[in-house]
Design a protein around this ligand. Structure first.
Ligand code: FAD
Length: 416
């Protein structure tokens, strides 16, 4: 392959794809193209530590020497504008083309916008990149009052971080509870309560009618009730949309994300896609999903590299995710979609508990608050296909560990 593999998007997925190609022994050219100017960096800290610490620097995914040391031709600040699939080349926004034999699209996602009067005022921002995080940090340094529109993970992380930095923070969530799509109601209620305890005002079941400004800068958010909440900083965190435009314009199959098969191949097999941008049939639920997590991005990237090297394995990683909201470490493993009952271990009053989701007798997901042992064990149980009885769940991690070991021994004996 004389032109080698070109990867578009230098985020979590793109960088892992480049690294995995080399780890797997690929010795052709690898070109990693990203439109951001920075050395690729970890995104999760941006909403957690970065925005409250004026000295914090982005944490690189790999040191600069990694790219040259592994003969990865990293091209920052390079936007790809089009894909010519028959010609096997990319059109670059700055002019010129880049030829490929295989292409990996790792274009990620971008914040959903809110068509709200006043959304274009200065001081109204979303958070995706380190550039956005720098802006939030700068604005929050001058703002007493902040409004967060959207009670999802990123919105609530930002709310807790800004509150810890002494700001007056209001979260406005349109649904009747925070974290609506993502966790069990018992966890959502706990997070809501705890945020209120640290002084965050959390409003659910309401929206913002308009943002008001003074001298071109946001000054307040007006609710449908007429209440005006002062705000010199407004963060819009209402989810993301996948960056599919390049793929769609090139004629690749696109739904809610770029469609890929179990080997991460798009509708054109020489073009693969990974990460936040892709939509696929999930091995675990049987439904089509598009997941937004570091685990999903990096595991898919590893598999894409193996596909390019001729392996035919199907994607079967157990999904997991984490979020730090104030003093709550939330960890999720599996997918709770399709669950019909749950068992709670631990006590919310201690700020340490887990919710085990089942579909019938089958364990499908575990959501934990400050119970990392449950999470780690959950990854093993779901990976092994082990579903514990309810009594084991409430008995705690030691009993679960022993039961899992017995199950694995039984499986190994049956296989042998
Ligand atoms: P990205 O990391 O977004 O990378 C895509 C890259 O492609 C971007 O740099 C983009 O600019 C570039 N690109 C797009 N189009 C082009 C083009 N045409 N030409 C060139 N480059 C292009 N996940 C967790 O699991 N836990 C967390 O706690 C967590 N916290 C998060 C906090 C924040 C603030 C954010 C923003 C995300 C968080 N996530 C978290 C989600 C996680 O970061 C994403 O799932 C992950 O970044 C997805 O990786 P990706 O490579 O698919 O996309």
């Amino acid at each position: 392959m004389k032109n080698g593999v070109v990867i578009v998007g230098a985020g979590h997925a793109g960088v892992q794809a480049a690294a995995s190609l080399r780890e797997e022994g690929y010795d052709g050219p690898v070109v990693l193209v990203g439109d951001e100017a920075e050395l690729p960096y970890h995104k999760p800290p941006l909403s957690k530590t970065f925005i409250k610490d004026a000295e914090a620097k982005p944490q690189p995914l790999r040191g600069e020497a990694f790219y040259s040391g592994h003969e990865i031709d990293f091209r920052p600040g390079t936007e790809v504008r089009g894909i010519d699939i028959p010609g096997r080349r990319l059109e670059l926004a700055a002019g010129g083309t880049l030829s490929f034999d295989r292409l990996i699209l790792a274009t990620g996602s971008r914040p959903r916008t809110l068509p709200l009067p006043g959304a274009d005022l200065a001081g109204v921002v979303s958070l995706r990149s380190v550039a956005d995080a720098r802006l939030i940090r700068e604005l929050s340094g001058k703002a007493e009052d902040a409004v967060i529109i959207g009670g999802g993970f990123i919105g609530l992380e930002i709310a807790a971080t800004l509150r810890a930095a002494g700001r007056n923070v209001t979260v406005i969530e349109a649904a009747d509870r925070v974290l609506g799509r993502a966790v069990a109601p018992v966890i959502a209620a706990h997070v809501h309560r705890r945020l209120e305890e640290i002084g965050v005002r959390v409003l659910t079941g309401t929206t913002v009618s308009r943002l008001e400004g003074e001298g071109g800068h946001v000054a307040g958010a007006v609710l449908p009730s007429g209440e005006r909440i002062p705000a010199r900083l407004v963060v819009i965190g209402i989810g993301v949309v996948p960056n599919v435009e390049l793929a769609a314009a090139a004629g690749l199959a696109v739904g809610n994300g770029i469609r890929v098969d179990a080997q991460m191949r798009t509708s054109v097999p020489e073009v693969l896609a990974v990460g936040d941008a892709v939509n696929y049939r999930h091995w675990f639920t049987g439904g089509d999903v598009r997941l937004e997590s570091v685990q999903n991005a990096t595991d898919q990237a590893r598999l894409a590299a193996r596909t390019i090297l001729g392996h035919e394995e199907a994607y079967s990683a157990v999904p997991w995710f984490w979020s730090d909201i104030g003093d709550m470490k939330l960890q999720m493993v599996g997918l709770a979609l399709g669950g019909d009952r749950h068992v709670v271990a631990g006590d919310a009053a201690d700020n340490k508990f887990s919710v085990y989701h089942f579909a019938g007798d089958r364990l499908i997901a575990i959501e934990s608050v400050n119970r990392p042992a449950d999470h780690m064990l959950g990854r093993k149980m779901l990976g092994a296909g082990f579903s514990p009885a309810d009594s084991l769940v409430t008995a705690g991690p030691d009993a679960l560990k022993a039961a899992l070991a017995a199950f694995q021994q039984g499986t190994a004996a049956a296989a042998g």
